[in-house]
Design a protein around this ligand. Structure first.
Ligand code: PGA
Ligand code: ZN
Length: 425
Protein backbone atom coordinates (compact mmCIF):
# COMPACT_ATOMS: atom_id res chain seq x y z
CA UNK A 1 0.00 0.00 0.00
CA UNK A 2 1.33 3.45 -0.94
CA UNK A 3 2.03 6.04 1.70
CA UNK A 4 1.75 9.85 1.76
CA UNK A 5 5.04 11.26 0.45
CA UNK A 6 4.38 15.01 0.45
CA UNK A 7 1.73 17.62 1.24
CA UNK A 8 2.22 21.03 -0.28
CA UNK A 9 0.05 24.17 -0.17
CA UNK A 10 0.08 27.53 -1.92
CA UNK A 11 -2.10 30.64 -1.96
CA UNK A 12 -4.31 30.99 -5.08
CA UNK A 13 -7.23 33.28 -5.98
CA UNK A 14 -10.93 32.52 -5.69
CA UNK A 15 -13.83 33.77 -7.84
CA UNK A 16 -13.96 37.08 -5.94
CA UNK A 17 -10.26 37.62 -6.60
CA UNK A 18 -9.37 36.96 -2.97
CA UNK A 19 -6.83 34.44 -1.70
CA UNK A 20 -7.73 30.87 -0.84
CA UNK A 21 -5.81 27.70 -0.02
CA UNK A 22 -4.73 25.19 -2.68
CA UNK A 23 -3.22 21.91 -1.53
CA UNK A 24 -1.57 18.99 -3.33
CA UNK A 25 -0.85 15.56 -1.87
CA UNK A 26 1.57 13.04 -3.45
CA UNK A 27 2.03 9.37 -2.63
CA UNK A 28 5.29 7.44 -2.77
CA UNK A 29 4.12 5.84 -6.05
CA UNK A 30 3.95 9.42 -7.42
CA UNK A 31 0.15 9.63 -7.69
CA UNK A 32 -0.79 13.25 -7.01
CA UNK A 33 -4.08 15.11 -6.48
CA UNK A 34 -5.05 18.59 -5.40
CA UNK A 35 -7.95 20.73 -4.26
CA UNK A 36 -8.84 24.36 -3.62
CA UNK A 37 -11.15 25.36 -0.80
CA UNK A 38 -14.15 27.74 -1.05
CA UNK A 39 -15.07 30.75 1.09
CA UNK A 40 -18.41 32.25 2.21
CA UNK A 41 -19.60 35.88 2.49
CA UNK A 42 -22.87 35.48 4.42
CA UNK A 43 -21.24 33.14 6.91
CA UNK A 44 -22.99 31.60 9.91
CA UNK A 45 -21.64 32.83 13.26
CA UNK A 46 -20.95 29.26 14.45
CA UNK A 47 -18.97 28.13 11.40
CA UNK A 48 -15.45 26.74 11.81
CA UNK A 49 -12.91 29.53 11.48
CA UNK A 50 -11.39 30.42 8.13
CA UNK A 51 -7.89 31.63 9.00
CA UNK A 52 -7.01 35.00 7.36
CA UNK A 53 -3.71 36.80 7.85
CA UNK A 54 -5.15 40.20 8.82
CA UNK A 55 -2.05 41.95 7.52
CA UNK A 56 -1.62 44.52 4.77
CA UNK A 57 -1.36 42.11 1.84
CA UNK A 58 -4.69 41.44 0.11
CA UNK A 59 -6.46 43.90 2.47
CA UNK A 60 -5.90 41.49 5.34
CA UNK A 61 -7.54 38.63 3.43
CA UNK A 62 -4.35 36.66 2.74
CA UNK A 63 -4.23 32.98 3.72
CA UNK A 64 -0.46 32.61 3.98
CA UNK A 65 -0.69 31.55 7.64
CA UNK A 66 -3.07 28.73 6.72
CA UNK A 67 -0.73 27.74 3.87
CA UNK A 68 2.25 27.75 6.25
CA UNK A 69 0.26 25.65 8.72
CA UNK A 70 -0.18 22.99 6.03
CA UNK A 71 3.45 23.08 4.89
CA UNK A 72 5.09 23.33 8.30
CA UNK A 73 2.63 22.03 10.92
CA UNK A 74 0.35 19.44 9.26
CA UNK A 75 2.61 18.01 6.56
CA UNK A 76 5.41 16.63 8.80
CA UNK A 77 2.84 14.75 10.92
CA UNK A 78 1.18 12.95 7.99
CA UNK A 79 4.14 11.86 5.85
CA UNK A 80 4.24 8.05 5.73
CA UNK A 81 0.53 7.65 6.62
CA UNK A 82 -1.90 5.43 4.75
CA UNK A 83 -4.04 7.77 2.55
CA UNK A 84 -6.98 5.33 2.72
CA UNK A 85 -7.40 5.85 6.42
CA UNK A 86 -9.57 8.97 6.02
CA UNK A 87 -11.29 8.81 9.40
CA UNK A 88 -8.01 8.38 11.27
CA UNK A 89 -6.39 11.20 9.30
CA UNK A 90 -9.32 13.55 10.00
CA UNK A 91 -9.28 12.66 13.70
CA UNK A 92 -5.58 13.44 13.71
CA UNK A 93 -6.21 16.83 12.05
CA UNK A 94 -8.94 17.64 14.59
CA UNK A 95 -6.69 16.84 17.56
CA UNK A 96 -3.66 18.57 16.03
CA UNK A 97 -5.75 21.76 15.87
CA UNK A 98 -7.23 21.15 19.31
CA UNK A 99 -10.03 23.77 19.20
CA UNK A 100 -13.81 23.45 18.70
CA UNK A 101 -13.82 25.79 15.70
CA UNK A 102 -10.44 24.87 14.18
CA UNK A 103 -9.19 28.37 14.86
CA UNK A 104 -5.69 27.22 15.68
CA UNK A 105 -4.62 25.77 12.33
CA UNK A 106 -7.59 27.19 10.42
CA UNK A 107 -10.52 25.27 8.93
CA UNK A 108 -9.32 26.30 5.46
CA UNK A 109 -5.97 24.53 6.08
CA UNK A 110 -7.56 21.46 7.66
CA UNK A 111 -10.20 21.07 4.93
CA UNK A 112 -7.68 21.43 2.10
CA UNK A 113 -5.64 18.53 3.49
CA UNK A 114 -8.67 16.38 4.29
CA UNK A 115 -10.06 16.73 0.75
CA UNK A 116 -6.74 16.42 -1.09
CA UNK A 117 -6.13 13.12 0.69
CA UNK A 118 -9.58 11.87 -0.42
CA UNK A 119 -8.75 12.74 -4.00
CA UNK A 120 -5.37 11.02 -4.05
CA UNK A 121 -6.78 7.99 -2.19
CA UNK A 122 -9.47 7.60 -4.88
CA UNK A 123 -6.69 7.46 -7.46
CA UNK A 124 -4.76 4.96 -5.34
CA UNK A 125 -7.69 2.51 -5.37
CA UNK A 126 -8.49 3.38 -8.99
CA UNK A 127 -12.04 4.55 -8.23
CA UNK A 128 -13.89 7.61 -9.46
CA UNK A 129 -14.01 10.27 -6.75
CA UNK A 130 -17.79 9.85 -6.38
CA UNK A 131 -17.51 6.09 -5.88
CA UNK A 132 -14.74 6.67 -3.36
CA UNK A 133 -16.94 9.08 -1.38
CA UNK A 134 -19.63 6.36 -1.26
CA UNK A 135 -17.02 3.92 0.01
CA UNK A 136 -15.78 6.18 2.81
CA UNK A 137 -19.36 7.02 3.83
CA UNK A 138 -19.89 3.31 4.49
CA UNK A 139 -16.48 3.01 6.16
CA UNK A 140 -17.25 5.92 8.51
CA UNK A 141 -20.95 5.31 9.26
CA UNK A 142 -21.49 1.60 8.57
CA UNK A 143 -24.42 2.56 6.32
CA UNK A 144 -24.82 2.06 2.58
CA UNK A 145 -26.24 4.68 0.22
CA UNK A 146 -27.42 4.57 -3.38
CA UNK A 147 -25.62 7.06 -5.59
CA UNK A 148 -27.64 9.26 -7.94
CA UNK A 149 -27.42 12.50 -9.90
CA UNK A 150 -28.58 15.51 -7.90
CA UNK A 151 -31.45 17.79 -8.80
CA UNK A 152 -29.71 21.16 -9.28
CA UNK A 153 -30.90 24.37 -7.60
CA UNK A 154 -29.69 27.26 -9.76
CA UNK A 155 -29.44 30.74 -8.29
CA UNK A 156 -30.34 33.00 -11.22
CA UNK A 157 -31.14 36.23 -9.38
CA UNK A 158 -28.84 37.47 -6.61
CA UNK A 159 -29.47 39.88 -3.74
CA UNK A 160 -28.37 40.33 -0.14
CA UNK A 161 -24.66 40.07 0.61
CA UNK A 162 -23.92 38.67 -2.84
CA UNK A 163 -24.89 41.73 -4.86
CA UNK A 164 -24.87 45.52 -4.78
CA UNK A 165 -28.60 45.85 -5.52
CA UNK A 166 -31.53 46.60 -3.19
CA UNK A 167 -32.97 43.06 -2.94
CA UNK A 168 -33.05 41.65 0.60
CA UNK A 169 -33.49 37.96 -0.19
CA UNK A 170 -30.07 36.60 -1.11
CA UNK A 171 -30.94 33.91 -3.68
CA UNK A 172 -33.76 33.23 -6.11
CA UNK A 173 -33.31 29.73 -7.52
CA UNK A 174 -34.94 27.56 -10.16
CA UNK A 175 -35.27 23.78 -9.73
CA UNK A 176 -35.84 21.91 -13.02
CA UNK A 177 -37.93 19.23 -11.26
CA UNK A 178 -39.61 17.93 -14.40
CA UNK A 179 -36.44 17.30 -16.40
CA UNK A 180 -35.93 13.71 -17.47
CA UNK A 181 -32.16 13.74 -16.94
CA UNK A 182 -29.36 16.04 -15.79
CA UNK A 183 -28.61 17.18 -19.35
CA UNK A 184 -32.16 18.38 -19.79
CA UNK A 185 -32.12 20.04 -16.35
CA UNK A 186 -29.10 22.08 -17.41
CA UNK A 187 -30.50 22.94 -20.84
CA UNK A 188 -33.77 24.25 -19.36
CA UNK A 189 -31.85 26.23 -16.75
CA UNK A 190 -29.58 27.83 -19.32
CA UNK A 191 -32.59 28.76 -21.48
CA UNK A 192 -34.43 30.32 -18.53
CA UNK A 193 -31.27 32.21 -17.55
CA UNK A 194 -30.90 33.66 -21.05
CA UNK A 195 -34.59 34.52 -21.29
CA UNK A 196 -34.37 36.28 -17.94
CA UNK A 197 -31.47 38.29 -19.32
CA UNK A 198 -33.54 39.29 -22.35
CA UNK A 199 -36.49 40.33 -20.14
CA UNK A 200 -34.24 42.45 -17.91
CA UNK A 201 -32.70 44.11 -20.97
CA UNK A 202 -36.13 44.91 -22.45
CA UNK A 203 -37.03 46.74 -19.22
CA UNK A 204 -33.73 48.59 -19.01
CA UNK A 205 -32.79 46.67 -15.87
CA UNK A 206 -29.19 45.77 -15.14
CA UNK A 207 -27.86 42.45 -16.45
CA UNK A 208 -24.66 42.56 -14.44
CA UNK A 209 -24.26 39.55 -12.19
CA UNK A 210 -23.65 38.90 -8.48
CA UNK A 211 -21.12 36.62 -6.78
CA UNK A 212 -22.92 33.42 -7.77
CA UNK A 213 -23.54 34.36 -11.39
CA UNK A 214 -27.20 35.34 -11.04
CA UNK A 215 -28.44 38.72 -12.29
CA UNK A 216 -28.52 41.53 -9.75
CA UNK A 217 -30.94 44.26 -10.88
CA UNK A 218 -32.51 46.84 -8.57
CA UNK A 219 -36.20 45.96 -8.16
CA UNK A 220 -39.26 47.19 -6.25
CA UNK A 221 -39.65 44.07 -4.12
CA UNK A 222 -38.73 40.42 -3.59
CA UNK A 223 -41.99 39.52 -5.32
CA UNK A 224 -40.96 41.40 -8.44
CA UNK A 225 -37.88 39.15 -8.62
CA UNK A 226 -40.13 36.09 -8.46
CA UNK A 227 -42.44 37.48 -11.15
CA UNK A 228 -39.53 38.16 -13.51
CA UNK A 229 -38.34 34.57 -13.08
CA UNK A 230 -41.86 33.25 -13.76
CA UNK A 231 -41.95 35.28 -16.98
CA UNK A 232 -38.61 33.86 -18.04
CA UNK A 233 -39.88 30.31 -17.40
CA UNK A 234 -42.91 31.03 -19.57
CA UNK A 235 -40.74 32.57 -22.29
CA UNK A 236 -38.75 29.30 -22.27
CA UNK A 237 -42.00 27.38 -23.00
CA UNK A 238 -41.82 25.63 -19.65
CA UNK A 239 -44.45 25.35 -16.91
CA UNK A 240 -43.79 26.86 -13.51
CA UNK A 241 -44.88 24.42 -10.83
CA UNK A 242 -44.58 21.35 -13.08
CA UNK A 243 -41.34 21.59 -15.03
CA UNK A 244 -39.75 24.17 -12.78
CA UNK A 245 -40.24 25.05 -9.14
CA UNK A 246 -38.64 27.96 -7.29
CA UNK A 247 -36.44 28.10 -4.22
CA UNK A 248 -35.32 30.98 -2.01
CA UNK A 249 -32.35 31.45 0.27
CA UNK A 250 -33.44 34.33 2.50
CA UNK A 251 -30.13 34.31 4.44
CA UNK A 252 -32.35 35.99 7.03
CA UNK A 253 -29.56 36.38 9.63
CA UNK A 254 -28.25 39.18 7.41
CA UNK A 255 -31.36 41.36 7.87
CA UNK A 256 -32.48 40.35 11.37
CA UNK A 257 -31.81 42.95 14.03
CA UNK A 258 -33.35 43.64 17.44
CA UNK A 259 -36.06 41.02 17.03
CA UNK A 260 -37.21 42.15 13.57
CA UNK A 261 -36.70 41.19 9.95
CA UNK A 262 -35.84 44.41 8.12
CA UNK A 263 -36.79 44.27 4.44
CA UNK A 264 -35.02 47.53 3.59
CA UNK A 265 -35.63 47.09 -0.17
CA UNK A 266 -39.39 47.19 0.58
CA UNK A 267 -39.17 49.67 3.47
CA UNK A 268 -40.76 47.43 6.11
CA UNK A 269 -39.79 45.58 9.27
CA UNK A 270 -41.59 42.43 10.42
CA UNK A 271 -41.56 40.47 13.67
CA UNK A 272 -40.88 36.70 13.40
CA UNK A 273 -44.58 35.77 13.22
CA UNK A 274 -45.22 38.41 10.54
CA UNK A 275 -42.15 37.31 8.59
CA UNK A 276 -43.38 33.68 8.75
CA UNK A 277 -46.75 34.93 7.38
CA UNK A 278 -44.89 36.80 4.63
CA UNK A 279 -43.07 33.59 3.62
CA UNK A 280 -46.27 31.57 3.87
CA UNK A 281 -47.96 34.02 1.47
CA UNK A 282 -45.09 33.59 -0.98
CA UNK A 283 -45.45 29.79 -0.80
CA UNK A 284 -49.24 30.08 -1.28
CA UNK A 285 -48.97 32.43 -4.25
CA UNK A 286 -45.94 31.07 -6.10
CA UNK A 287 -44.55 27.59 -6.92
CA UNK A 288 -41.87 27.75 -4.21
CA UNK A 289 -40.77 24.30 -3.04
CA UNK A 290 -37.79 25.19 -0.84
CA UNK A 291 -36.82 28.05 1.50
CA UNK A 292 -33.36 28.24 3.10
CA UNK A 293 -32.56 30.25 6.23
CA UNK A 294 -36.08 31.68 6.36
CA UNK A 295 -35.29 32.84 9.90
CA UNK A 296 -32.22 34.14 11.74
CA UNK A 297 -29.67 31.55 12.93
CA UNK A 298 -30.43 32.25 16.62
CA UNK A 299 -34.18 32.85 16.30
CA UNK A 300 -35.20 29.31 17.28
CA UNK A 301 -38.76 30.33 18.15
CA UNK A 302 -39.10 31.99 14.72
CA UNK A 303 -37.82 28.77 13.11
CA UNK A 304 -40.36 26.77 15.11
CA UNK A 305 -43.24 29.04 13.97
CA UNK A 306 -42.10 28.79 10.34
CA UNK A 307 -41.66 25.00 10.47
CA UNK A 308 -45.11 24.50 11.99
CA UNK A 309 -46.69 26.87 9.46
CA UNK A 310 -45.23 25.60 6.19
CA UNK A 311 -42.90 22.65 6.98
CA UNK A 312 -45.44 20.16 5.62
CA UNK A 313 -45.63 21.81 2.18
CA UNK A 314 -42.19 23.29 1.69
CA UNK A 315 -38.59 22.17 2.18
CA UNK A 316 -37.12 24.35 4.97
CA UNK A 317 -33.34 24.32 4.84
CA UNK A 318 -30.97 25.22 7.68
CA UNK A 319 -27.70 26.71 6.47
CA UNK A 320 -26.46 29.35 8.97
CA UNK A 321 -28.79 27.60 11.43
CA UNK A 322 -26.94 24.25 11.42
CA UNK A 323 -23.53 25.17 9.89
CA UNK A 324 -22.94 21.49 8.91
CA UNK A 325 -22.15 20.89 12.60
CA UNK A 326 -23.36 17.58 14.01
CA UNK A 327 -23.87 18.89 17.55
CA UNK A 328 -25.75 22.03 16.52
CA UNK A 329 -27.78 20.07 13.97
CA UNK A 330 -28.75 17.44 16.57
CA UNK A 331 -30.11 20.18 18.85
CA UNK A 332 -32.07 21.62 15.92
CA UNK A 333 -33.55 18.21 15.09
CA UNK A 334 -34.62 17.77 18.71
CA UNK A 335 -36.27 21.20 18.67
CA UNK A 336 -38.04 20.36 15.40
CA UNK A 337 -36.46 23.16 13.33
CA UNK A 338 -36.67 22.89 9.54
CA UNK A 339 -36.69 19.65 7.56
CA UNK A 340 -33.47 19.85 5.52
CA UNK A 341 -29.83 20.83 5.96
CA UNK A 342 -27.42 22.64 3.68
CA UNK A 343 -24.04 20.92 3.62
CA UNK A 344 -20.90 23.03 3.18
CA UNK A 345 -17.74 21.18 4.09
CA UNK A 346 -15.81 24.35 4.93
CA UNK A 347 -18.34 25.18 7.67
CA UNK A 348 -17.00 22.21 9.64
CA UNK A 349 -13.54 21.46 8.22
CA UNK A 350 -13.10 17.73 7.49
CA UNK A 351 -14.77 15.24 5.18
CA UNK A 352 -15.35 12.81 8.06
CA UNK A 353 -17.35 15.36 10.04
CA UNK A 354 -19.26 16.36 6.87
CA UNK A 355 -20.20 12.72 6.28
CA UNK A 356 -21.27 12.27 9.91
CA UNK A 357 -23.59 15.28 9.59
CA UNK A 358 -25.12 13.89 6.38
CA UNK A 359 -25.58 10.55 8.12
CA UNK A 360 -27.41 12.29 10.96
CA UNK A 361 -29.71 13.93 8.39
CA UNK A 362 -30.36 10.58 6.70
CA UNK A 363 -31.26 8.87 9.94
CA UNK A 364 -33.66 11.67 10.96
CA UNK A 365 -35.51 12.09 7.70
CA UNK A 366 -33.94 15.46 6.94
CA UNK A 367 -32.94 16.11 3.31
CA UNK A 368 -29.35 17.12 2.53
CA UNK A 369 -28.37 19.67 -0.10
CA UNK A 370 -24.69 19.82 -1.02
CA UNK A 371 -23.62 23.43 -1.54
CA UNK A 372 -20.89 25.63 -2.93
CA UNK A 373 -19.86 28.91 -1.24
CA UNK A 374 -20.24 32.35 -2.79
CA UNK A 375 -16.43 32.47 -3.10
CA UNK A 376 -15.46 29.48 -5.23
CA UNK A 377 -12.77 28.14 -7.55
CA UNK A 378 -12.79 25.68 -10.44
CA UNK A 379 -12.65 22.84 -7.90
CA UNK A 380 -15.48 20.32 -8.46
CA UNK A 381 -15.22 18.11 -5.37
CA UNK A 382 -18.81 18.91 -4.28
CA UNK A 383 -20.22 17.39 -7.50
CA UNK A 384 -18.61 14.04 -6.72
CA UNK A 385 -19.59 14.24 -3.07
CA UNK A 386 -23.21 14.80 -4.02
CA UNK A 387 -23.33 11.86 -6.45
CA UNK A 388 -21.42 9.40 -4.25
CA UNK A 389 -23.58 10.06 -1.21
CA UNK A 390 -26.80 10.12 -3.22
CA UNK A 391 -27.63 13.41 -1.50
CA UNK A 392 -30.16 14.18 -4.22
CA UNK A 393 -29.80 17.98 -4.41
CA UNK A 394 -26.95 20.36 -5.26
CA UNK A 395 -26.88 24.15 -5.02
CA UNK A 396 -24.04 25.69 -6.96
CA UNK A 397 -25.10 28.99 -8.46
CA UNK A 398 -26.20 30.18 -11.88
CA UNK A 399 -25.57 28.35 -15.17
CA UNK A 400 -22.93 31.02 -15.78
CA UNK A 401 -19.34 31.79 -14.66
CA UNK A 402 -16.70 29.06 -14.66
CA UNK A 403 -16.56 28.82 -10.86
CA UNK A 404 -20.25 27.76 -10.97
CA UNK A 405 -20.54 25.83 -14.24
CA UNK A 406 -17.44 23.73 -13.47
CA UNK A 407 -19.62 21.85 -10.95
CA UNK A 408 -22.51 21.37 -13.40
CA UNK A 409 -20.06 20.37 -16.15
CA UNK A 410 -18.50 17.73 -13.89
CA UNK A 411 -22.00 16.33 -13.28
CA UNK A 412 -22.67 16.24 -17.04
CA UNK A 413 -19.56 14.08 -17.44
CA UNK A 414 -20.55 11.81 -14.56
CA UNK A 415 -23.97 11.36 -16.20
CA UNK A 416 -22.28 10.44 -19.48
CA UNK A 417 -19.88 7.99 -17.82
CA UNK A 418 -22.47 6.35 -15.55
CA UNK A 419 -25.67 5.74 -17.53
CA UNK A 420 -27.14 3.76 -14.62
CA UNK A 421 -27.31 6.80 -12.37
CA UNK A 422 -30.73 8.44 -12.27
CA UNK A 423 -31.60 12.06 -11.69
CA UNK A 424 -32.97 12.41 -8.19
CA UNK A 425 -36.55 13.76 -8.08
P1 PGA B 1 -22.12 32.16 1.40
O1 PGA B 1 -23.56 32.07 0.77
O2 PGA B 1 -21.26 31.16 0.72
O3 PGA B 1 -21.73 33.58 1.13
O4 PGA B 1 -22.27 31.86 2.87
C1 PGA B 1 -24.17 30.90 0.37
C2 PGA B 1 -25.41 30.61 1.17
O5 PGA B 1 -25.80 31.38 2.06
O6 PGA B 1 -26.02 29.57 0.95
ZN1 ZN C 1 -27.58 30.03 2.64
Amino acid sequence: MSKIKSIQAIQVLDSRGLPTVACRVSLDNNLTAGVMVPSGASTGAKEALELRDGETAFMGKGVQKAVDNINKVISPTLIGHNPLDQKKIDEHLISLDGTEDKSNIGANAVLAVSLAICRVAAKEVDKSLHSYFGYIYTDITGNILSPNLPMPMLNILNGGEHADNNIDIQEFMIIPKGAKDFKEAIRWSSEIYWNLKAILKERNLSTSVGDEGGFAPNLESNEEAIQLILESIQKSNLNAGEDITLALDCAASEFYKDGKYHLSGEGRSLNPGEFADYLEDLVENYPISSIEDGMDENDYSGWKILTEKIGSKCQLVGDDLFVTNKKIFKEGIEKGLGNAILIKFNQIGTITETIETINLANSNNYKSIISHRSGETEDTTISDLCVGLGAGQIKTGAPCRSDRVSKYNRLLWIEEECPDLELSK
